[in-house]
Design a protein around this ligand. Structure first.
Ligand code: UDP
Ligand code: MG
Length: 135
């Protein structure tokens, strides 16, 4: 995947509270094109694989439980400078520190239930997109 793509998930809290539309609207208004889009549920095994990089962190078990607690929306997004611009659009991991106008500022409930995922590098964007949409 080129440097103009990133991967996102709308997390279970935001789906549960009917924020899919609001979040996709902010994404499109932010200049991103939705290339792939799917609503699905993760088993705890799949959620654990997705976040395997965090396996040693104290929040890992709760995170896996949370991410498999209900449906999510996975998407691939396209825009120039997609990874960095999308991290700016979503805001800080902890919504208490997220800037005004960001998705997490508007929709996140806690540092765990923070409404959306955004890839942190081009390499991970490719890996994460393939995890959901790859061959
Ligand atoms: N997370 C958590 N507690 C923490 C840090 C992170 O529950 O102290 C969760 C949160 O849902 C976060 C995810 O783990 O989005 C992955 O953490 P990361 O540091 O990669 O944050 P992100 O890249 O999502 O901003
Ligand atoms: Mg991350």
């Amino acid at each position: 995947m080129a440097t103009n793509r990133t991967f996102t998930m709308i997390k279970p809290d935001a789906v549960q509270e009917n924020h899919i539309g609001g979040i996709l609207h902010m994404i499109e208004e932010g200049g991103f094109r939705i290339v792939e889009l799917q609503k699905l549920s993760l088993t705890s095994e799949r959620a654990g694989q997705f976040y395997a990089v965090h396996a040693e962190r104290p929040f890992y078990n709760d995170l896996v439980k949370y991410m498999s607690s209900g449906p999510i929306v996975a998407a691939v997004l396209e825009k120039d400078n997609a990874v960095a611009d999308f991290r700016t659009l979503i805001g800080a991991t902890n919504p208490a520190q997220a800037a005004e106008g960001t998705i997490r500022k508007k929709y996140a409930k806690s540092i765990e239930a923070n409404a959306v995922h955004g890839s942190d590098s081009d390499e991970n964007a490719q890996i994460e997109a393939d995890f959901f949409f790859g061959k």
